[in-house]
Design a protein around this ligand. Sequence first.
Ligand code: ADA
Length: 572
Amino acid sequence: MRLFAEHAVRRTLDLGGQWDFVAAPDAAEKDSAGLPTALPGRMQVPACWESHPRLRTYRGKAWYRRTLAQPADGPLRLVFKGVSHTGRIFLDRREVGRHYNAYTAFEIALPNVEAGDHELLVEVDNSFGPHSALHIENDYYTYGGITRPAAAEFVRPQYIRFLHVTPRSSGGKGWAARLRVQVVNLADRPAAVRAAVELAGKTVDLGRAALAPASIAWLEAEADFKDARPWSPEQPTLHLARALLYAGNGADPADDLADRIGFREVRVRGTEMLLNGRPMRLRGFNRHEDHPTFGCAIPVEAMVHDMDLIQDLGANCVRTSHYPNDERWLDLCDERGLLVWEENHARGLGVEQMQHPRFREQILACTREMVEQHHNHPSIVLWGILNECASYAPEGRTHYQEQFDLLKQLDPSRPTTFASCHWERERCFDLPDVIGFNMYPGWYRASTAEVPAVLEQLLKVIESGGGAGKPIILSEFGAGAIPGWRNPNRAYWTEEYQGDVLDADLACFLAHPRLAGAIIWQFCDCRVTCTPAWAMCRPRTMNNKGVVDEYRRPKLAYDVVRRRFRNADGKA
Ligand code: ADA
């Protein structure tokens, strides 16, 4: 399920492949609980159901079913890396778990499942409605299906849930790291365990713990890794960290969990961001997980193609607008040295939407899951929240404050940010470590000739609005171009005009001493929710601001951006 093996001890079964399937309107026979008894279709896992010719715009419920063979009486851990938007999981028709939000993983750990065949049924719902505060009609498409990998894990009653490694440089004396392992006791009686972590040629003992029945505990230790080779975009050296869990006085591990880590440190110093003590300036792309064939369930081979294009363009970073990404994409970023701004799932929510009765619970869960699940990726250098939400209002500010507090509590090692678009109205510039701002000179406001003046105006607003002395990233800018529409009149929507806008933007932003980054909106054209409101400003019902189109065919802007990015100071 990752780009490397996570387990040598734990037995796992990849649940990928063809499942039985039925969409709600076609489910003729149901049991007394309303679950279908006949699932005559077939659907791939992972995939979006919109990839199927009959379900291209289907919004609603659907069911997936397969048989699962439990090898022996004992625990079963089901792991879903992404079900879009809501998943309810049934084992032998009994609901065993549920999860909301397409973009984070969840587990269902059952202490005792009988040996033999079981029916695994998953109800998936991608509808909008009062149950959903984050998935709403929006400027991107939210698909349906089991869209990321899934697995069954035949764990022991005690297993490792998380391994978190936090590296830090020990002031010129090499590297050190904090090692934390979260252990779950599924049994209804106490258990004694011991944990260790193997990393960079060392085995570090994390000590013993007496676990209460049905409980969770952290074991941790600090250790030096003086000579470890650091991770950087130029030399993205990864180390395999492997947590081992021993039951009682056992000499053989009862469970294991591996992850890849990089020794690197991100800090903010005044208006600069530092990576391993050296100034880091971001130049890159916002990227939606979207593809005309695969929807958001992009296969690794197609992710690699995106990575090849992004790096060919000379970018060094990607922003996961506007939700946590597939961890295999993050694995690739780790391997290829692409820096990541990862953010939680929210785009453009106004005051009323942030007061939705489910908003707080759903966004806090998403934030927590994102940070817990992606803690080890060295490529992630910024945690972001709440793109263009109501940070201009006191009600909104309360949420920003709470989420920044949560981020710092979960991971104090990374700087925090959010992307605003509110100019003088903004009330939250004082909260994050790094300021992000989205603006579209030459598109929604001003002309290309006015780019430098608009930037100076923005800098003043930020300095006087609470952001003085902090690093500033222009987190979105760009223009729409209908692929293939070229016209010497260089009018709106032509590929020529998009190139002109990005050329003017990058000439100004990349060289500007006050900016710590410039991130183009966007890498590829993406599908949007088809409502009259969006359709009227989104020709093809696509957001057409990609530098490549949805099939990744370069527009004229590709070469413009490539020239600018490849000269880091922005000279063409
Ligand atoms: C906003 C928003 C993006 C996208 C963009 C646009 O800044 O954050 O998601 O909608 O505008 O294309 O207008």
